[in-house]
Design a protein around this ligand. Structure first.
Ligand code: HEM
Ligand code: HEM
Length: 194
């Protein structure tokens, strides 16, 4: 007499726990950085037109931009580290292949800009004659002042900031399209709670 339970065990149940949302850390990092980066972008564009008089006025805003940007750079590294070590939900089922490809490209380029902005800003500032001050504390000098390098990196910083704004605009348009026309709950994937 055979024992079915031992000789013919039932097939293991496929345990599929499909992830429908980004985890809470990703949600917090996404929204904190979204707000911070938009404010930082606006501050950068505003401060470059400030007058050089009275002395210290323009420099004060520049130093604030640099200090905030360095903090954001650290948070961005944290976010990237989290992103590569944790899983994310699969693309929304209703999206066509080309839409998934565009979305993936957009997200990848957003991450690239998020890295390039603090790096180009910090390197450019490190070639300036003024030390980079982190909330008032002068950081050790990395390079001798080199005006050419400073201007070249300032151009890079400005160009990346421009591309970043275009990518964020596309990102927003895609979210609006999902929310208003597709109504597929995309925004909920990046929200707290279930
Ligand atoms: C500076 C502003 C922003 C940046 C840099 C940014 C960046 C990103 C990135 C990189 C992702 C991909 C996450 C991943 O899979 O690793 C993402 C996803 C997402 N973002 Fe943003 N975002 C910004 C603003 C916003 C805003 C304002 C909204 C809503 C109005 C929004 C809604 C979403 C949603 C719903 C997702 C999930 C998309 C999906 O499930 O495929 N984002 N964002
Ligand atoms: C973290 C994200 C950052 C964003 C979104 C950002 C954005 C911007 C924008 C939009 C401008 C105006 C560009 C122009 O019209 O010339 C700007 C200028 C500037 N940023 Fe940033 N920035 C960031 C980080 C940093 C960091 C970390 C530093 C330095 C430590 C920095 C240093 C500067 C300086 C010195 C300028 C003035 C001119 C120039 O060199 O381009 N930025 N930034």
């Amino acid at each position: 007499m055979t024992n079915d339970n031992i000789d013919n065990p039932p097939p293991p149940q496929a345990v599929t726990h499909e992830q429908h949302q980004y985890d809470r850390m990703m949600v917090v990092l996404h929204w904190v950085l979204a707000l911070a980066l938009i404010a930082q972008w606006a501050l950068g564009n505003w401060m470059v037109d400030l007058p050089k008089e009275p002395p210290g006025y323009r420099a004060g805003w520049f130093n604030l931009h640099k200090s905030l940007g360095l903090v954001m750079g650290l948070v961005i590294l944290w976010r990237l580290g989290w992103r590569v070590t944790h899983s994310v939900p699969a693309p929304v089922a209703t999206s066509a292949l080309w839409q998934r490809a565009v979305s993936k490209l957009n997200h990848g380029l957003l991450y690239l800009c998020m890295l390039a902005l603090p790096i180009s800003g910090f390197l450019g500032s490190s070639f300036s004659a003024y030390p980079v001050k982190f909330f008032g504390v002068a950081l050790p000098r990395l390079f001798e002042p080199q005006p050419d390098m400073k201007s070249m990196l300032a151009e890079v910083h400005e160009t990346v900031a421009f591309v970043f704004a275009a990518l964020v605009a596309l990102h927003l348009l895609a979210v609006v399209w999902h929310v208003m026309f597709k109504r597929d709950g995309l925004l909920k994937r990046m929200m707290w709670g279930s």
